[in-house]
Design a binder for this molecule. Structure first.
Ligand code: ZN
Length: 145
């Protein structure tokens, strides 16, 4: 895969298929848009506002739809990342929660254990997991064409 010279300050331009207008995205928005593991359901058009679905935008230089681009990037990362999101991270949260919860509440009824296991899983999947993964694989997705 050809590495390009995209950078955060200049960003990249995408085109809204509906109105054919281009929008330049840069900075954190650009990084988030390109990171297939950060939640992104849509983006904005400089002309129409938004957010609009990713599939209604294409990159100006490659003509690739943004949703296809993100799916493609997701396949490029090591399988570990996918496993991490599918079950490793939730499992760690589940186990950690079921241990920490009862210790913290000084109760170990089934309700406490299952409740804190669930809470641990949610915290892990939504907040801690993605951050940990970034430490392991600090990929700059936006550099990829
Ligand atoms: Zn538009």
């Amino acid at each position: 895969m050809a590495k390009s010279s995209y950078n955060l300050s200049e960003g990249r331009v995408y085109i809204h298929k509906t109105c054919k207008q281009s929008t330049q995205v840069n900075g954190d928005d650009f990084a988030g848009l390109c990171n297939p593991f950060s939640l992104c359901l849509g983006t904005v058009c400089a002309n129409c506002g938004g957010p609009r679905p990713l599939k209604s935008f294409v990159w100006a230089d490659t003509k690739e739809p943004l949703n296809v681009y993100r799916k493609r990037l997701r396949k490029k990362v090591p399988p570990f990342c996918t496993h991490w999101f599918l079950w490793i991270s939730p499992l760690i949260g589940l186990i950690a929660g079921s241990i920490i919860g009862p210790l913290f509440l000084k109760k170990s009824t089934f309700l406490v254990i299952s409740g804190s296991a669930l809470a641990g899983m949610v915290i892990m999947v939504l907040f801690v997991g993605p951050k940990l993964l970034q430490l392991v694989v600090p990929k700059k997705y936006y550099k990829w064409r």
